[in-house]
Design a protein. Structure first.
Length: 120
């Protein structure tokens, strides 16, 4: 199928998440954007925007979903749970896991988009 402009847009948002993570974990935070809670909310919002931008089809029945799409939905539920956890407790480890989960969903999506056949 190949990559489209949507994949490029999602990759750009992932790059912003990477910059936010690097700034936070190297203690070079920007004014007003510091602490795991603020970063977690920004990362979650950017991840949701990226996923909805990069998704090829969001209106499928659950029975029609492939294993990969079901795993992506499971990861999405995990990101919401991790974000709530970070908002309550403010753990840096949970923030790192959240960023890793969103990065994994992005990477999996890019692989699927590169090697999948176009829908008929």
């Amino acid at each position: 199928m190949g990559l489209t402009w949507k994949d490029v847009a999602w990759t750009s948002l992932i790059a912003v998440i990477g910059v936010l993570a690097w700034e936070h974990f190297t203690d070079r935070g920007w004014p007003g954007i510091s602490g795991p809670r603020v970063i977690a909310v920004l990362v979650f919002i950017l991840g949701v925007i990226g996923y909805t931008t990069g998704a090829r089809s969001l209106n499928r029945k659950v029975e029609d979903l492939s294993l990969v799409h079901r795993l992506v939905r499971l990861h999405s539920l995990g990101t919401l749970t991790l974000t709530i956890w970070i908002l309550i407790f403010g753990h840096d480890l949970a923030l790192a896991i959240l960023i890793g989960v969103i990065g994994t969903v992005w990477l999996g999506s890019m692989i699927v988009h590169l090697f999948s056949r176009p829908a008929t």
